[in-house]
Ligand binder design. Structure first.
Ligand SMILES: *Cc1c(COP(=O)(O)O)cnc(C)c1O
Length: 452
């Protein structure tokens, strides 16, 4: 905030300072009493002190101190801002990957207080932690004998490497030595456990014979990683999960499917599912909870009971365990009729077109230039690279992308071809009106000079 540059008469300044209300008087104002009900006292008090300082400096009137202090405080206790995802990217890593189903949100709230996560109400004794979530996983994946939930997909891999191959080797194809994003490389992650990677084959071709040559006394397990965020095309070849299982190499076959897709989905032809990997003969499958499964951040381990048990009994499992709200959200996700992720992936293009056209027409009726245009969405989250999801977007002024992000209800859009594209795939239909209101607010806001 710019300060006032004129110097008032000394008497006026003294008078103004005298009229600045005292801290306890401001804190008693109903607007700050409200704030104290949702925020800690130090934060609220600091806002009051700042407003008082501005009043002493003549930047705000003394009678406005309470209003200014209240307005400067966040409306929510967390700085995380809910946004409308109008990018068309279903699992946007920077926007928190999967949006949770309503049922999962409710389950998290239900589990927030005291809850029977590790307690049998009938007998009054200790019970297996998260047993309902594990039962739901087993029902969703009948091919698995047992299941385990950890903090994320990376933790699931680290736990498998530590429990099954510490001081020994993991055999992995050179074509599957991937970076999962933000500089995290799977080989480095795996070797941080003290297990060694025995690389086989080449970037584009690896055969069963390559694996067979590498497997020996020192082998803890064979690891297959789904290279989820890129595609190798041309002269390529891999030993599939089924090939490796059939080869009977005498060591466990661990498959990292990545996405957490539980069953094959025709919309995602190249995406391996947990059920398929187990049916093809994997002994253990690891994956994420907050990608295509559509749940909270978690890592899933499913497969042979003896191997799951070895992971569960390893001391590191305790360091990777998830909290009660994650267990609740995961179970509710598995039992929910659908998830926002599934709905966004399977959104009917004609329905998206109708929504985009209605939104564009509404904007035009309000005097705003807007047009419905075809727009491809994407799976995102490092999944199904190169797979377009045909849909529709509303195209508006390119310069509006930034103000849309910083509005009262932030809208994150995509800029392409000199336009801002509002892709409705990941916007709940009930929020179309919120997108429209956000665009209207930006269109009607005074433009800064020189902004076209
Ligand atoms: C995403 C991914 C991971 C890491 O899972 P997080 O849940 O992000 O820790 C590991 N492997 C593959 C193949 C992945 O796609």
């Amino acid at each position: 905030m710019r300060s006032v540059t004129t110097t008032p008469a000394p008497d006026a300044a003294v008078d103004r300072r005298r009229r600045v209300p005292r801290t306890d008087a401001v804190l008693a104002d109903p607007r700050l009493v409200d704030a104290l009900a949702r925020l800690d006292r130090a934060t609220v008090k600091a806002a009051v002190v700042r407003a008082q300082e501005r009043a002493r400096a003549g930047e705000v009137a003394p009678e406005e101190v309470a209003a200014v202090a209240a307005a400067s405080l966040p409306v929510r206790p967390s700085s995380l801002q809910p946004v409308l995802n109008a990018t068309g990217v279903v699992l946007h890593t920077n926007l928190g990957r999967a949006a949770l189903a309503d049922a999962a949100v409710r389950a998290m709230a239900d589990a927030a207080g005291a809850v029977d996560v590790e307690f049998d109400l009938g007998t009054g004794s200790r019970a297996r932690r998260g047993r309902g979530t594990l039962a739901a996983l087993r029902e969703a994946v009948p091919e698995a004998e047992d299941a385990l939930v950890v903090g994320n997909g990376a933790a699931a891999l680290v736990l498998a490497a530590t429990a099954l191959a510490a001081g020994r080797e993991m055999v992995i194809s050179r074509g599957e030595m991937v970076e999962i994003g933000d500089g995290f490389r799977l080989p480095a992650l795996l070797e941080s456990t003290g297990a060694r990677l025995a690389e086989v084959g080449t970037t584009n071709r690896t055969t069963v014979a390559d694996y067979r040559k590498a497997v020996g006394e020192r082998t803890g397990f064979v690891l297959k990683v789904h290279p989820s965020n890129f595609r190798v095309v041309g002269f390529t070849g891999e030993a599939t999960t089924r090939d490796l299982a059939a080869a009977d190499l005498g060591v466990p076959l661990v498959v990292d499917t990545g996405s957490g897709l539980l069953a094959d989905d025709p919309v995602l032809p190249g995406e391996p599912s947990v059920r398929r990997a187990l049916a093809d003969g994997a002994d253990l499958v690891t994956s994420s909870g907050d990608k295509l499964l559509g749940g909270p951040q978690a890592g899933l381990v499913l497969g042979r009971a003896d191997l799951v048990e070895r992971l569960r009994r390893h001391p590191l499992a305790r360091a990777f365990r998830v909290d009660k709200t994650t267990l609740a959200a995961l179970e509710a996700t598995l039992r929910a009729p659908t998830t926002p992720t599934t709905q966004a992936l399977h959104a009917d293009p004609e329905r998206l077109r109708a929504r985009a056209e209605a939104l564009a027409a509404g904007l035009r009726a309000a005097g705003v230039s807007a047009e419905a245009v075809p727009s491809d969405g994407a799976v995102g989250g490092g999944g199904a690279p190169g797979l377009p999801l045909p849909g529709w977007a509303v195209a508006v002024d390119e310069a509006w992308a930034q103000p849309l992000r910083v509005g009262e209800r932030p809208v994150v859009a995509r800029v392409a071809g000199g336009r801002t594209l509002l892709d409705l795939r990941c916007v709940p239909p009930a929020d179309d009106t919120a997108v429209e209101a956000a665009v209207l607010a930006v269109a009607r806001a005074p433009r800064p000079p020189g902004s076209g």
